[in-house]
Design a protein around this ligand. Sequence first.
Ligand SMILES: [Zn+2]
Length: 455
Amino acid sequence: MRKKSNFGSMMVTVVFIGIIGGVVYLYNSVMFERDVPKIEIENAGYWNLRAPLKINIDDASGLMEYKVTLKSGDEVFELANEQFLSPQGKQTLELKTPKRAYALKNKEVTVSVEAKDASKWNFFAGNSASKQITLQIDKKRPYVSTIASSYRIIKGGSAVVIFKAQDDNMEEFYVETNFGKRFKAQPFYKEGYYVTLIAWPVTTEKIFSAYIIAKDSAGNVTKSKVPVIPYSKTYKYSRINLSDNFLNGKVSELAYAYGVEDDADIIGRFRYVNEDMRKSNEDVIHELTSKVSDTKVNNFPIKKMYPLKNAQVVAQFGDHRVYSYQGEQVSEAYHLGLDLASNAMSPIKSQNPATVTFAEENGIYGNMPVLYHGLGLYTIYGHCSTLMVQEGDSVRSNESIAKTGRSGYAMGDHLHFGVLVQGIEVRPQEWMDQDWIRKSITDPMRQARKLINQR
Ligand SMILES: [Zn+2]
C-alpha cells in the first residue's frame, strides 16, 4: 500500500510538472506570443498627398490582416485592406493615394493603420494594434532658380553656379550631374542664395548636364537645369609598352614595399601598383577633398596657380594610358593631374591662402600635401621629397609648402599637381589661367551679387 501511494503521488507530481511545463511552454511560444504588431509610419510632419506613404508592419507570430485609411474632414479613403489565409512576415508598404484625393482642400489629414497578428493568445483572437498620425498638407514645390553660372563647362573642367532655393519645409538641395555626383552648395551673399563649384569628370562620356534639385519634407521636388553649355574635349590617349627593365625597377620596389606577395609575377606586381594601390590612394584623395564648409561666401578671390617656377609640363592632365606587355594589353589608368618638372628639389608654392588638410605619404603619390582653398576647391602635390607643412597649418600666399622629388610612383624628380572640386579631379590648366578664373568664376559671382542687389 505504501509503495502504491508513493507511486500515485509521484505520478501526480509528474503530471503536474508536465502541465506546468506545457503552460510555461505555450506561454513562451511564438504561437501564443502576447506582443501586439509593430507599426511604423515613416512619413512625419508634412506631406503632399502624392509621395508614397511608407509603412512597415511586423510581428513575431506573423500577420493575419492590416488596414490603412486616410481621413480628411468627412472624407475617408481606404488605401489598403488585406486579410491573409496564413501568417505573413514583415510588410513593407509604399502606398499611394487615389487621384481624387489630390484635390483635398484640408490643411491636414489623418493616416490610420490597424493590424492583427497570428498569435493564439487572447483565446485565439490574436493581438491587435493601431496607430494614427496627423500630417500637415504642403503641396507647394520648393522655389529654385539659377541666378548666374559659368557660360560653359569643358569636359574635365570646372564651373560655378549661383542659385536661389527656398521652401518653408526644405529638407535638402544640391546640384546633381548626369554622372550622379551631388555637389553641396554654400550660402552665398544674402539669405536664400547659394553657390557651388561643379565639375565634369574627364573619365566620363561626351555629355554633361547639371540640375539644381530641391526637396521639401512633404515630398515635393523641384528640378531645375543649370544653363551651363557643355563643350566636349578630346584628351590624350597613350599606348605604353612595358619593358622588363621598367617592371623590375620602381614598380616592383613599390609593390613589395606595400605588401604584394613575393611570388606575384611582374605583371601582377604592375597591376597591383597601377590598379589596386592607385585605387586606394585615390580613394584617400577623394575622401579628403569631398568636404565643403557651411560658411557664407561673398566672393572667391582666387589667384592663378603656378606651383612650380620655370617648370616644363612633362605629362598632361586627362591622359588615358593603356599599358601593353609583349603585345598584350595588361592595364590602364587615367593621369588625373599635371606633371611639372624643374630643377630637382625645387620649392613648391601656393599662390593662394589655404588650410593644409593632409601632409603625409600616400602610396603611389609619395609625400603629398593637400591644400583647401574654400568653396570645395582643393590642390594636391605628389612625389615631394620634403614636406614643409603639417596637417592643420594655415598657408599664406606664396609660402613654400614642400620640395619636388621622386617619392611614390615617379621615375624622375617632378611635381604631380592635382586640382579637385568636391572630390573630382579637374583641369589644372583652368585654375592656372587668370582670364579663365575671371570669366568663368569671379565674373558670374559678381554678376550674381548685382542681380541679388536689384531684387
Ligand atoms: Zn603625375
